[in-house]
Ligand binder design. Sequence first.
Ligand code: GSH
Length: 205
Amino acid sequence: MKLTFSPASPFARKVKIAAIELGLIDQIEFVPASVTPTKKNEEYATAVSPVRKLPALILDDSTVLVDSLTIVEYLDELAGGGKLMPASGLARWQRRSEHSMLQGMLDAMLLCRYENLLRPENLRWQAWYDDQWDRAWTGFTMFEQRPETLSRPLDVTQIALTCALGYADFRFPDCGWRDHFPKLKTFYETMMMRPSVRDTVPPAA
Ligand SMILES: N[C@@H](CCC(=O)N[C@@H](CS)C(=O)NCC(=O)O)C(=O)O
């Protein structure tokens, strides 16, 4: 199977960490892809996904699976099921809900990034930017207040949280999250001891 990938993408990183942790990394070929708002990648839109997001997993029979959580769940099932996401019960729905929260935080951070990178300066809207950033920051505040989430056996929530914190380091290095969130700082240091996390840190721009 093939995964469309960019080393800068926190969503693709989540899948890569999951694949390493599940022992499936050698079964995946990583295919670099470029998707940027306002710069339509026609080939990607036609062959992979009309909404032009990465990652996407392309199975050997050409089935395309989109969205990082869908892909992580697929890999989890391939690895036997219930490894990074509980197979059933309330725990499953809690993980999914936590993951949705983190997905919203990452989406908000990505919108801030695109605002800085792509929107013409005269069209920028500071209140909108600040509101997006606040969603991510308030999300980090929530996870700081849920230490039980940080100390469970490895799961999809912890991987997604790690990718969100890593993305903050990568694209917003001056945001100072470590000064505000000491429990997240310790959590991140613990996660960085895993080769899957350490080896997937986005390269310096
Ligand atoms: N919900 C998607 C989000 C994926 C996503 O937003 N990926 C970014 C790259 S980090 C992207 O493809 N951006 C291109 C665009 O928004 O045009 C997932 O979890 O896979």
